[in-house]
Design a protein around this ligand. Structure first.
Ligand SMILES: Nc1ncnc2c1ncn2[C@@H]1O[C@H](COP(=O)(O)OP(=O)(O)OP(=O)(O)O)[C@@H](O)[C@H]1O
Ligand SMILES: [Mg+2]
Length: 262
């Protein structure tokens, strides 16, 4: 019989070979009171891959992301990160796993009372306590340069545009060099030019860092640009999962309507 050690070694090897998914969600169910939100969702994301999660408002996209981050507990099902099920994991162990994840929330992307630089420094202050002040300052500068915001480090979030706030949110999400990037509506509320710039930035980061990413979006154009695969949710289920071409070729009525209306 294989020991836990054998299994761990095998897992590590298959990850190196690029076989095991970084994120594997199996049969996830979630209800709030009598309201069923997720009804058996299964999805997986490999290293270097971006999965776009699409669906109408209220279909549970943000809930799904919050479950993957461990901020919400599913009623049943599993969320495996590098093969480890995080559902019901002790807080300290979850904290360790969460350090591998960078996330950008749908709302309130930044702390209003902190400057741009302080926002980006926040995860470093809390999780890289060994870093000196000057090392941290240098790292923040690098991160801000990476998202094209180097000159704005001293500004307050209220003094920069929505697109710039998303950029800073992205820089903060990248601060701990995550293997997993989870973005909830990174282009929502932005004009098409700013949206395009954020999409380009996400693509660039993906190419450079080869993270496993999940991007929740309403924006089909953006999903098509940044994602390798798309999953369309409706009424708690994945209606279809595949490439943009797979969606285009689908004759499922809901998929056809979604593409027509998007
Ligand atoms: N903590 C909660 N308590 C009760 N209901 C909740 C909670 N969180 C989410 N819901 C409900 O779950 C459903 C899905 O919410 P969710 O925010 O995931 O939708 P969404 O697909 O992200 O929508 P949008 O596109 O508008 O962001 C909604 O009906 C919402 O009201
Ligand atoms: Mg949402």
């Amino acid at each position: 019989m294989a020991t836990a050690y054998d299994i761990a070694i095998k897992q590590e090897q298959s990850e190196k070979d690029g076989i095991a998914p970084v994120i594997a969600v199996e049969n996830l169910r979630k209800t709030f009171g009598s309201h069923m939100v997720l009804n058996g969702i299964s999805l997986s994301v490999n290293r270097g891959e971006t999965l776009a999660v699409l669906g109408r408002s209220g279909t549970g996209k943000s809930v799904l992301l919050r479950i993957i981050i461990g901020l919400e507990t599913p009623d049943s099902g599993s969320v495996c990160i590098h093969g480890q099920n995080i559902v019901g994991l002790a807080i300290d162990r979850m904290g360790e796993i969460r350090k591998k994840m960078g996330f950008l929330f749908q709302h309130a992307a930044l702390y209003d009372s902190l400057t741009v630089a302080e926002n980006v420094a926040f995860p470093l202050v809390h999780h890289r306590k060994e870093m000196s002040r000057s090392e941290r300052g240098e790292r923040v500068n690098q991160l801000l340069a990476e998202v094209g915001m180097k000159g704005d480090f001293g500004k307050m979030p209220s003094d920069i545009s929505g697109g710039m706030q998303k950029r800073v949110g992205l820089a903060r999400a990248l601060a701990l060099e995550p293997e997993i990037l989870l973005l909830d509506e990174p282009t929502a509320g932005l004009d098409p030019i700013s949206s395009g710039e954020i999409d380009d930035l996400i693509l660039k980061l993906q190419r450079e860092r080869k993270m496993a990413s999940v991007v929740v979006t309403h924006d089909l154009h953006s999903a098509k640009t940044i994602a390798n695969r798309l999953a369309l949710l409706d009424q708690g289920n994945v209606v279809i999962e595949g490439t943009f071409e797979d969606l285009q070729q689908s004759n499922i009525g809901f998929v056809e309507d979604f593409l027509k209306l998007s």
